[in-house]
Design a binder for this molecule. Structure first.
Ligand SMILES: NC(=O)c1ccc[n+]([C@@H]2O[C@H](COP(=O)([O-])OP(=O)(O)OC[C@H]3O[C@@H](n4cnc5c(N)ncnc54)[C@H](OP(=O)(O)O)[C@@H]3O)[C@@H](O)[C@H]2O)c1
Length: 270
């Protein structure tokens, strides 16, 4: 199916960035829009913010092919509705949206909010967009995770047994993002779709402030590794790997394939 438009006979490469109204997501979207031949879709939940970001990115880059789509990424039905109204291929999916509320919150479906947004949101986006990614050209999925990761409890993914602590829930969610990248990489390899995870950078943002730190890097610096994975030749040569500062780093969570599969199965059960 024909994509949104063609330039000089070559179709634009279409990239979706979730959480693109936030610090790092907006920088990722802007950097991608600045690369010739890209069409960038900001996936956001707040229409006013989304429209403002689209305008700012179009103005800064001169790229008219920047738009937004609305979705609540903590809710599967909202993601499925987005995938259903999406027309044509998707070449790059950057899962980036995340949250770390100080108090335990739940979605209307009763799922703990960090697990729903930071983990299931990534899972559901990949799952819902597989057909569009198949139509893409050597499609790539980049899951923005973190080096700040660990403590995943497969028996208590939603902090129902443990006392909720936003730092513990956040570290668990970022471990899960890295593990799910491995699980999806294996499943999507036959389709020619790569899946990698990365640390962004330490950037001052709503999220980092809610975790109690300010960040010493710019949002643009934080966007560099995800964008590199999305567009560079080297970034397309890997799948199921974890990256920091544009370098592959051995991931401790890859050493337990049974846990990776158990997490995948747990996410699928929602
Ligand atoms: N900041 C750091 O130092 C740091 C370090 C390592 C990794 N990371 C990772 O980088 C990514 C981006 O973080 P950030 O620091 O840029 O955070 P941020 O500025 O707080 O942005 C988070 C984004 O996620 C969106 N979002 C949250 N819940 C959503 C939902 N239910 N539906 C749709 N969108 C939702 C927010 O939308 P609203 O604007 O509507 O709230 C916002 O656009 C995260 O995956 C994080 O784990 C960050």
């Amino acid at each position: 199916m024909a994509p949104m438009g063609k330039e000089e006979g070559r179709r634009r490469r279409i990239a979706a960035v979730t959480g693109a109204s936030g610090a790092i997501g907006m920088a990722i979207a802007r950097q991608l829009a600045a690369i010739p031949g890209h069409e960038v879709v900001l996936v956001c939940r707040n229409e006013d913010k989304a429209a403002g970001c689209v305008e700012a990115i179009s103005r800064a880059t001169g790229n008219p092919h920047v738009r937004y789509e609305l979705a609540d990424l903590a809710r599967q039905a909202s993601i499925q509705a987005l995938a259903q109204r999406w027309k044509g291929p998707l070449d790059v999916l950057v899962n980036n949206a995340a949250i770390a509320p100080p108090l335990r919150m739940q979605t209307p479906e009763g799922i703990e909010m960090q697990f729903a947004t930071n983990v299931l949101g990534y899972f559901w986006m990949i799952d819902a967009f597989i057909e569009h990614l198949r139509q893409g050209s050597a499609a790539r999925i980049i899951n923005v995770a973190s080096y700040w990761a660990g403590g995943l409890d497969l028996g208590d993914l939603e902090f129902k047994k443990r006392p909720y602590n936003n730092d513990a829930a956040y570290r668990q969610s970022k471990q899960a993002d890295r593990m799910l990248s491995i699980a999806f990489a294996r499943r999507l390899q036959p389709l020619g779709i790569t899946v990698n995870a990365c640390h962004s950078g330490d950037v001052g943002s709503t999220l980092s402030n809610s975790l109690g730190f300010g960040g010493h890097q710019s949002a643009d610096a934080g966007a560099e590794t995800p964008v590199w994975l999305a567009v560079s030749e080297a970034g397309g040569q890997h799948t199921g790997k974890y990256f920091e500062h544009q370098r592959e780093v051995s991931c401790a969570f890859a050493r337990d394939p049974e846990a990776v599969e158990a997490l995948y199965a747990a996410c699928l059960s929602y």
